[in-house]
Design a protein around this ligand. Sequence first.
Ligand code: F6R
Length: 612
Amino acid sequence: MCGIVGFTKKKYRSACCLEVLLNGLENLEYRGYDSAGIAVSDMEHQELKLCRAVGRISNLRRVVEEEKPEGSCGIGHTRWATHGKPSVENCHPHLAEKKTVAVVHNGIIENYQALKLQLQKEGVHFASQTDTEVVAQLLEKQYCGDMKKTLERVLPQLEGSFALAILDRNQPDTIYCARRRSPLLLAKGEDGAYLASDISALLDYTRDVWYIDEDSIAVLTPEEIMFWKDGEQQFPQSVHINWDSSAARKNGFDHFMLKEIFDQPTALRDTLNHYVDVEKGIIRRETMPFTMEQAKALKRLTIAACGTAYHAAVMGQSLLEQVAGVPAMAAVASEYRYSTMPPMEGEVFMAVSQSGETADTLAALTHKKAQGLRCLALSNVIGSTIAREADHVMYTLAGPEIAVASTKAYLTQVLLFEILALDLANLRGVLSDEELKVRIAELAQLPEQVEAILASKKTVEDFVQTQKNCHDIFFIGRLMDYASSLEAALKLKEISYLHSEAYAAGELKHGTIALVDESCLVVVTATQSVVLEKTLANMEEVRARGAELLLLGHFPVDHPHDCTVWNIPACSDQLAPILTTVYAQLFAYYMAKMHGCDIDKPRNLAKSVTVE
Ligand code: F6R
């Protein structure tokens, strides 16, 4: 989705403002966009200069090279069209009619039509179809000689969500910002002050950032950043992000997705070591969200999330129930945010979100918080909105995830559910300290087991070459294998655009089996011993309809199943779905590559979905 970057440079520093803006926008490309633009304050001519282009940042670079705008303070934006088609006119930044104000915006101004109509009645002419232009026009129209005061007057008129960065022609070294339900972070570096909607844009310059509070204003000059809320100046603490900027590069891999699949052993190790003392076989108490008393009082954990994070939640639901005996419910956040169910005594809510910014997940959390529930979050981004809104956060230590298709975030989310379930089981007295040690020792083997699967990527690649004509793929499994099948099917469809569906293996014959014929591939995941025979029987049902079969699990070399088998290393039933998922990720990746798809930036998708 849309991305914002801004920079105001100190005098006599060598940094080039245009380069900081363009580089920042390039680092935000992974979020998905269809056009991009920058605005700079040209001090000498006292004007705001715009450069905008449809398509890739390389197109914008060409426009910048041709027009050579000058300035040491500017804002930039990558746009993912919502109001108005991708075109230069609709591209951000937007200038107000008299060109005194330039604005970039993430989010949606829900009442923009009413505001636009009113401004048009007052004689204002609009140049675009966007909701954002309304903000620029309002700021110019209601300008009182002080942009901060003008913003304080304009912001209450806006309904919806926004992260705004604003240039005022009268203050050519200053950037004004404001936010409501859309992320924005600010930073000071040696060369000046920065802002961005996402830390990835700033990793080349700094690691210490400030988050702006909801409905607050920030003012950036080259030397300082000031924060204001309800007319009062605020002094928030900065947050240190210890991501390495090289973690946000491809490092020799063809795609970020493949690199991130290969990052998984490290991501699992880092996450595990943060929460668990593997040598002592204990969970680090201070990292966990429940005390013994709270664990015993827990009656239900409701988990809301979207997409892949929802699939991790489904996995979490099984783990919490099986391992800790805690009733749990995974819910799709876009539905659950409208749930009318009253909170239950002993219920705790959890939001799962890699980015920590997904609008529906945030709304579900806000809804539950308003009902008075204790709210936990599981996120990959330190200081993200969901992390800040929650009462307790468990961070996955996966590092920056750039590919739109989530891989390492998912695996570490499931790992955290494993750890949480073990901790709750131990605190509730259903798992002894000795048993916990054994389970931790199993967890500690996961990174190497994932490495072993990654080492067999050629097997996956070769199999994919036999599937050139396959256009319908079903993923079936039972219990936790059904949960991992959901994720396998999503991964494949989102990056290869092939039709794929996941079914609980026993459910297939209640309708969908009508679609199965010799043109289909059915991927059967069978790792759950309690239902193993039943899953294999379901496999025979699809074989009988002529489908080609691929079987994932642990099977002896001389297995009797007449189909391709991909084995995972020996492990418990609870950890097996993590390992089969690695095969599914590689399978999706090579299928998409064979079909020539834009793997890191699949069509119509955005990395962080910050609108409803
Ligand atoms: C799919 C994918 C998406 C996200 C979903 C939620 O590969 O990445 O389905 O999982 O948009 O995003 P987060 O986890 O950032 O809330």
